[in-house]
Design a protein around this ligand. Structure first.
Ligand code: 26V
Length: 818
């Protein structure tokens, strides 16, 4: 590890202790002789924050001096989780802090548990953004993240009688030491109003006269790199009432109402939308998008103008990354600023816009692509609607030259969707402008090219690329699995893999070494013990450490097929019930762990959660089963729960119907931690199989190209007697709640089984049986586990970010000297 002192603040244990005590006294305002764990955590966090701020300042000073091309990463969601452990690890001063705290009578790990998660995102897309920020900082890229500072993050899930209930996530209630409020960095963001014509120097301009203004205030979250002095910034915007807001009410004497109305401005950044399935065309959502986009662009342009006065240089200094279609209103906003405010020609402005934007699509399903009703856009952002019409006009003119009278094609490619409700297709707006459109795995790009964006791909094949997702090994190994981290460093003889994860492949050489096996098994056991304790505290279920810990944790979605998992568990239960004692001795004991949140309005997903509990209630107390099978639902799954569960997992499940998971990043975290994967050939799993060898994982199910025909044929329950039997058990009320589960059973009925659970069931059970057999041979299993970790190098977000930097953004590292 590095650096005892690299700024004004010293990092030896004595200095850290003094800093912590000072913060107890002066920041937390408690006596230095009497403070509890939470107060100690707060003081500790503030002392870490001081060190982050030093690096943050130096980095930004240095970026300013060098003025490199910067990447601006626009995302409506960032799922950062906890900051303490990650920051301390990246600063390289964990041992010193642990020492300092133990001398004060505190335990570093206990204090780390005091921190709540920053959950400003739904799932995969948002956690990916967080991993990518870590890689951008570590690899010294001059990058900024921009997003929204929601008052309420993703809802907390509580389970009452097996049913999910949602509770608000008041994550800011106890303060947030990781952010720096910048009251002086604020911009007005305008809404509504009309557009008028204005003549200036003989030229006519369209001028937006907005009717409402809301202030965007910056909150900066420093993101430290590992093994570097660089700390980049995640700037999140909070909505505050603007000074210009409704002044009239004051002058008319309606003071109280004027104040109440002002407060309404804050609703824009109040709450994160918790549904990651389809866009519903809500006004608040559009306002959130424009709010953070407009503030970010004002900030970016101000920074550019500090050093430049010619917008021709803009593409040399600025790369704008749009994370999914959510921020794509940025394209219209850049055009508005360049044309209406900077008075550039339309074509010149469009040329600039086309050079700066790139987009990554994170979904497969067309429903996830946002569409905004024209009436809504016209009311909230009237000038932007005009601009989008103009962009579409130019696009259509260009397409007519190429495709002539092919009106079907033209209407498919148009940014405007005609229909009962006329809409703007935000994805098409992005496709028209962005120089690069990225998929998140090789398979995903194929789907985009051949289905969702076929017409655009045929027109502009060069725009389409993929960057297979990755996750950061800093959080997912170093922070969450310190014993594995030590083993890897010891056997490789270096810690260099933490920055250059390709080195991890060096473990392959020792995959059969009995000494490594012993250490590896011990590491797994200790992690399983921790997980078992957590499970018992939360659910009162006692689990055996000799059992295979089998885990599926992710958002609950029909396409992710948690239902397939539960039906598989029912089958296992049914088999055990029908066994005699000698057969039972051959059963591999399992602890089946499921966790995840269902979108609040997603009924089917909520029924899946209830079914999981209903099965657990029956199985876990059945004396015929004992330790052979336990079923556990972990409530309120989030990033820090993942950090605990993943290291203790033997087998993880990734069951999406082929063609539905764009990439999947959970599987990469499990892979790094030496969990074996039971997966369909979907998303990144295909590439994982190439890296570690298909024989080191358990693949099953229909392949992508078989899916359409299988759907057409309407595969039936008759196809698998076993499937029919387990579904009947649920339908007949074997687990209670007969009426409640009726509609859930119908989703997999003959002719309705869209996600092909019935078709894949037999092959799923076969893969499960293969996993059981493999687990019996613990040496073989351990070897496969080591090979999984050894093959995980490609799935680091460092690799992904380097590809983006080179192929999409055109940015270079800018390393702040130590
Ligand atoms: C869509 C919407 C629709 C409007 C309401 C709010 C909202 C929020 C999120 C989304 C899209 C979710 C997309 C997402 O998380 N995709 C996941 O992205 C991962 C990272 O690329 C990828 O590994 C997963 O396969 C993909 O499902």
């Amino acid at each position: 590890m590095f650096g005892l002192m690299d700024g004004f603040l010293k990092n030896d244990a004595v200095s850290l202790q003094k800093d912590i005590l000072d913060h107890v006294e002066y920041t937390v305002a408690r006596s230095r002789f009497n403070f509890d764990d939470f107060e100690a955590y707060q003081a500790l966090a503030h002392s870490v924050r001081d060190r982050l701020i030093e690096r943050w300042h130096d980095t930004h000073q240095y970026f300013k001096k060098k003025d490199p091309k910067r990447l601006y990463f626009l995302s409506l969601e960032f799922l950062m989780g906890r900051s303490l452990t990650n920051s301390v690890t990246n600063l390289g001063i964990q041992d010193q802090y642990a020492d300092a705290l133990s001398q004060l009578g505190f335990d570093y790990e206990v204090l780390a548990e005091q921190e709540g998660d920053a959950a400003l995102g739904n799932g995969g897309l948002a956690r990916l953004a967080a991993c990518q920020m870590d890689s951008l900082a570590t690899l010294d890229y001059p990058a900024w993240g921009y997003g929204l500072r929601y008052q309420y993050g993703l809802f907390r899930q509580i389970i009452v009688d097996g049913f999910q209930h949602e509770q608000p996530d008041f994550w800011l209630n106890f303060g947030n030491p990781w952010e720096i409020e910048r009251v002086h960095v604020s911009y007005p963001v305008k809404f509504y109003g009309t557009v008028e014509e204005e003549v200036l120097n003989g030229k006519t301009f369209r001028v937006w006269i907005p009717a409402e203004s809301v202030e965007a205030v910056a909150y900066d979250n420093p993101i430290p790199g590992y093994g570097t002095r660089n700390a980049i910034n995640l700037r999140l915007w909070a909505a505050k009432p603007s000074d210009q807001y409704d002044m009239e009410s004051y002058t008319t004497g309606d003071y109280i109402n004027a104040i109440v109305n002002r407060q309404k401005a804050e609703t824009i950044s109040n709450v994160l939308y918790p549904d990651d399935r389809s866009y519903q065309g809500k006004e608040l959502r559009l306002k959130q998008q424009y709010f953070f986009v407009s503030a970010s662009l004002q900030d970016i342009i101000r920074r550019f103008k500090d050093l430049h006065n010619n917008f021709d240089e803009f593409p040399e200094k600025v790369a704008l990354q749009i994370n999914d279609t959510h921020p794509s209103i940025a394209i219209a906003e850049v055009m508005r600023v360049l044309v209406d405010e900077e008075h550039l020609d339309w074509s010149k402005a469009w040329g600039i816009a086309c050079k700066i934007f790139s987009v990554t699509i994170h979904a497969v399903q067309p429903e996830a692509l946002e569409k905004v009703p024209i009436d809504l856009l016209g009311s909230v952002l009237p000038r932007h609607l005009e601009i989008i019409y103009e962009i579409n006009y130019c696009l259509m003119e260009e397409l007519k030259k190429i495709f002539g009278q092919d009106y079907d094609k033209l209407s498919r490619m148009s940014i405007i969707e005609e229909g009962a409700v006329k809409c703007i297709r935000m994805a098409n707006l992005s496709l028209a402008c962005c120089h690069t459109v990225n998929g998140v795995s090789r398979l995903h790009l194929e789907t985009l090219k051949t289905r969702v964006f076929k017409d655009f791909y045929e027109l502009w094949p060069q725009k389409f690329q993929f960057k297979t997702n990755g996750v950061t090994q800093r959080r997912w190994i170093v922070v969450s699995n310190p014993s594995l981290c030590s083993i890897i460093s010891k056997w490789l003889g270096t810690e260099a893999w933490i920055r250059n994860v390709d080195l991890i492949a060096g473990l392959r050489e020792y995959a059969e070494d009995p000494d490594l096996h012993a250490e590896w098994k011990n590491m797994k056991k200790v992690n399983k013990m921790r997980l078992a304790e957590y499970i018992e505290t939360l659910t009162s279920v006692k689990v055996s450490l000799d059992a295979m810990f089998d885990v599926q944790i992710k958002r609950i979605h029909e396409y992710k097929r948690q239902l397939l998992n539960i039906l598989g568990i029912i089958h296992r239960y049914d088999c055990i019930k029908n066994m005699d004692e000698s057969d039972k001795r051959r059963v591999v004991p399992r602890v089946c762990i499921i966790g995840g949140k269902a979108a609040p309005g997603y009924e089917v997903a909520k029924k899946i959660i209830k079914l999981c509990h209903a099965v657990a209630d029956k199985v876990n107390i059945d004396p015929d089963v004992g330790d052979l099978l336990k079923v556990v639902f972990i409530p309120d799954y989030n990033v820090s729960v993942a950090e605990l569960v993943i290291p203790g997992t033997d087998l993880s499940q990734h069951l999406s119907t082929a063609g539905h998971e764009a990439s999947g990043t959970g599987c990469m975290k499990f892979l790094m931690n030496g969990s074996l994967l039971l997966a369909t050939a979907d998303g990144s799993a295909v590439e994982i199989a190439e890296e570690i060898g298909a024989t080191n994982m358990f693949l099953f199910g229909a392949k992508v190209d078989e899916v359409p025909a299988l759907r057409e044929k309407g595969t039936s329950l008759k196809g698998s007697l076993q499937f029919a039997r387990v579904v009947r058990m649920v339908r007949d009320g074997h687990f209670g709640f007969k009426d409640y589960f009726k509609s859930l059973c119908e989703t997999v009925e003959e002719g309705k089984d869209f996600y092909l659970l019935g078709y894949d069931f037999a092959s799923y059970l076969e893969a499960q049986a293969t996993a059981d057999r493999a687990f019996v041979d613990q040496e073989k299993w351990t070897q496969m586990s080591i090979l999984s970790t050894a093959g995980s190098g490609k799935f680091s977000s460092d690799r992904t970010i380097e590809e983006y930097a080179e192929q999409s953004w055109g940015i270079e590292p800018c390393k702040c000297p130590f």
